[in-house]
Design a protein around this ligand. Structure first.
Ligand code: TPP
Length: 763
């Protein structure tokens, strides 16, 4: 096919795709317009988005031609998920859709099937989704296409990811930051992302910022980001696009072979009218080339004759019967690649991750004789373990918003580096173009790149400050929806779990204070149903056990919350494994039989305060019977569903929780347990400042003294302790709190009694 023939063939392909897109939005019958269009043929609810679709069809058709010509391997990532009827039209045309939906075979019945079922109850949804072949991004919440694409390209050297970005989408914070991800992919070792910024000029109800920039401004901006931008527009847009894609492809191949610092990869800025080829004008309003074409044009077509006629004329204008007579015309087939190269056929299998054995490698963990007698730092242990994973694998990445050192994971630099393919100074430490750690100060970018990496078959850990991971809460929500829907799609393959490690928690923020205290991400994950698991390993040994299990798990979001300070070890490896299995465990070394009251610790620092409260209470009231339960995994706790929780919490005794996050997380779970008045939950109550570590607990009433006071009040109420005795002791603990306050104001550090506290009690 020469170029002229190719242009004509692609034009026909796009015409067919535009028609198939349109009938999905509007028609429930008469799909080939065999009869004059009447109200009966129109769907009762007109749903979907037209405006972006013709641009998607144009890009898809042109990419198909490129793939066909070069047998290129291209993954298509659609940013504007609301353009799904277009994507679906292309999946239908290339026949990848029928691989999973037998009724969507490429014939008249298939055409009727996809048209009727688009945006139909129990049919196809309005947005790009896991039920569509080749899709790794939902695209409903805009802004994540480019970072997801970079994640897919990482360590996938044979892949080109064509990422179609809406110009409205490009205004979002996450997308704006993602342009810089080209600094982290050396094209000689990774795949390549080809960004296509779709400048149709409009969002929902007004112009886009990019749409009002001059070509010079656009070129300068993207040149500055490190791209080689090509603007595709104008009367000869089809020829222009073929030439531009050809140029991009050859430039990519060249850069993949040449080792250069700061490789300047191509990108396309595509200018097409919004709603291109649709209704030009309706009721005196400009539609094509305006935001009025964003969603459904002529939305009264089921009841208004003028609008029905406008729709009919529009559909007739594609002259679809010339392109399809039960089969598609030869020209169209010439544009479509062999099935195995089609973009909808991209499937990724979860690669094996070799995990070092915690038990075999002594440096990861520590054994001890007595709980609390020795100490360790969870994050350092984790760093050693991750470092070993880097030694054994090439399909693993650590993502960090500039915090690998700060989060004490720098042991990983014994076996890898931070990735950077832009110029480096000789004093820049632990950087190289092949490093497996991605450090960029954008949680959004890291979230997107991790999603893309995992959904294309690899494994990753995202380590963040507890407070600032909240920045990506909404992205994580969307990702969770994607995973949830994927589970309902039988042919979707397993993917590695998305593993977060949250550290620098609100309980140890003496450098920073109030701004750095926020456990809300944890609440968000717990609010979701079942796909997220939140773990609170109480010490370094259990942190390793949890991490290993999370890395083995599939199709989940795992959140591991642990500290980076030197803290007591409570569990040997075997005990940690046992607790992990049940999600919670009574710690015998801190428990009496038939307790009067149960303490429950959730979180490493909170556990320590509980145990300290127990040791104080037992010191003053040795006859008091207490139990300590540690919860390592809240989401699996399933209070109300787990039939055996009374084995831990008794049937009727008071229970005091001391919890890492907002008390409401636990209160909501306890609601189902019945007899809730006996539960009392301490947790983060939004109090903080730049103060001592212990004072952070005191302000939120999660410290040992406030816990002890609470216990005494309750025990007195339950008649387990004599009221006078309880009052007396409460006074002692209140005095301790007063003294603590005076002491820290005078000395700037915590009381020696607090700092030097060690678990010593024998039960
Ligand atoms: C983060 C986010 N904010 C708002 C919306 C609502 N929304 C849906 S489409 C749209 C306009 C998108 O414009 P653009 O990316 O240019 O897409 P196109 O014009 O090609 O349809 C908006 C604001 C959204 N989906 N996601």
């Amino acid at each position: 096919m020469d170029k002229k023939e190719a242009v004509e063939a692609i034009k026909k392909y796009v015409r067919a795709a535009n028609y198939i897109t349109t009938i999905q939005i509007y028609l429930q019958d008469n799909f080939l317009l065999k009869h004059n269009l009447n109200f009966e043929h129109i769907k009762p609810r007109l749903l979907g988005h037209w405006g972006t679709c013709p641009g998607i069809n144009f890009v898809y058709g042109n990419l198909n031609y490129l793939i066909k010509k070069h047998n290129a391997r291209i993954l298509f990532v659609l940013g504007v998920g609301h353009g799904f009827p277009a994507l679906q039209a292309n999946l239908f045309l290339e026949n990848s859709l029928s691989k999973y939906y037998k009724k969507a075979y490429k014939n008249l019945n298939g055409l009727a099937y996809i048209a009727k079922n688009f945006c139909w109850p129990y049919g196809f949804p309005s947005h790009s989704n896991p039920g569509a072949p080749g899709v790794i991004l939902e695209g409903g919440e805009l802004g994540y296409s480019l970072s997801t694409s970079y994640g897919a390209a990482l360590d996938n050297p044979d892949l080109i990811v064509a990422c179609l970005i809406g110009d409205g989408e490009a205004e979002t914070g996450p997308l704006s930051a993602s342009w810089h991800l080209n600094k982290f992919l050396d094209p000689t070792k990774n795949g390549v992302v080809l960004p296509i910024l779709h400048l149709n000029g409009y969002k929902i109800s007004g112009p886009t910022i990019f749409g009002r920039m001059s070509n010079k401004e656009l070129s300068s901006l993207f040149y500055g980001y490190g791209y080689d931008p090509i603007i595709v527009e104008g009367d000869n847009i089809y020829e222009n696009m073929i030439n531009s894609l050809e140029y991009c492809y050859s430039s990519i191949l060249k850069l993949k072979k040449s080792k250069v610092v700061a490789p300047r990869l191509p990108m396309i800025i595509l200018k097409t009218p919004k709603g291109w080829t649709g209704i030009k004008e309706l009721n005196g309003n400009k539609i094509e080339g305006n935001c009025l074409s964003h969603q459904v044009v002529a939305k009264n077509a089921k009841s208004d004759l003028t609008e029905l006629k406008a729709l009919e004329d529009w559909l007739i204008s594609y002259n679809f019967n010339e392109l399809f007579n039960g089969k598609f015309s030869k020209d169209i087939e010439l544009v479509i690649p062999k099935l195995k190269y089609c973009m909808g056929m991209n499937e990724f299998v979860c690669k094996k991750l070799n995990l070092p054995s915690i038990r075999k490698i002594r440096k990861f963990y520590e054994e001890f004789n007595k709980p609390g007698e020795s100490s360790s730092v969870s994050m350092i242990r984790i760093g050693k373990y991750l470092s070993e994973i880097f030694k054994l694998n090439n399909n693993f990445r650590l993502m960090s918003p500039d915090e690998t050192y700060s989060n004490k994971l720098d042991d990983v630099f014994k076996n890898t580096k931070r990735c950077f393919v832009w110029p480096l100074e000789k004093w820049d430490k632990d950087f190289s173009s092949y490093g497996k750690v991605i450090e960029v100060l954008s949680e959004h970018c890291l979230q997107g790149i991790t999603q893309g990496y995992i959904l294309t078959g690899r494994h990753a850990v995202f380590s963040s400050y507890e407070a600032f991971v909240e920045i990506v809460s909404s992205m994580a929500d969307q990702y969770e929806k994607f995973l949830k829907t994927s589970r309902e799609v039988p042919w979707r393959k397993d993917v590695a779990s998305f593993n977060y490690i949250l550290t620098s928690s609100g309980w140890r923020q003496e450098h920073n204070g109030f701004s750095h205290q926020n456990p809300n991400f944890i609440s968000g994950r717990l609010n979701k149903n079942g796909i997220s698991k939140v773990y609170f390993p109480p010490d370094a040994n259990s942190a390793l056990v949890v991490l290993e299990e999370c890395l083995k798990s599939r199709n989940r979001i795992n959140v591991i919350v642990c500290g980076k300070t030197l803290e007591p070890l409570w569990l040997n490896l075997g005990e940690a494994e046992k607790e992990f299995k049940s999600g919670l465990m009574t710690w015998d070394f801190a428990s009496d039989k038939n307790p009067d009251l149960v303490f429950v610790g959730i979180g490493d620092y909170l556990t320590k305060e509980c145990l300290a409260a127990i040791s104080y209470l037992k010191k003053y009231l040795p006859e008091l019977r207490l139990r300590f339960v540690n919860v390592i995994e809240v989401s699996a706790l399933g209070i109300g569903e787990n039939k055996h929780l009374e084995n831990y919490f008794t049937n009727d005794k008071p229970v005091i929780f001391n919890y890492e996050g907002y008390p409401h997380d636990i209160e909501a779970l306890l609601f189902k347990f019945g007899n809730v008045s006996r539960f009392n939950v301490h947790g983060y109550i939004e109090k903080g400042s730049t103060t001592t570590p212990f004072d952070m607990h005191v302000r939120n009433k999660t410290d040992r003294f406030n816990l002890a006071i609470d216990a005494l009040n309750i025990l007195a109420k339950f008649s387990a302790v004599n009221i006078a005795k309880a009052s007396n002791l409460i006074r002692i603990f209140k005095d301790k709190l007063k003294y603590h306050n005076e002491y820290i104001i005078k000395n700037g550090v915590d009381l020696p009694e607090v700092q030097d506290w060690k678990w010593e009690r024998k039960f």
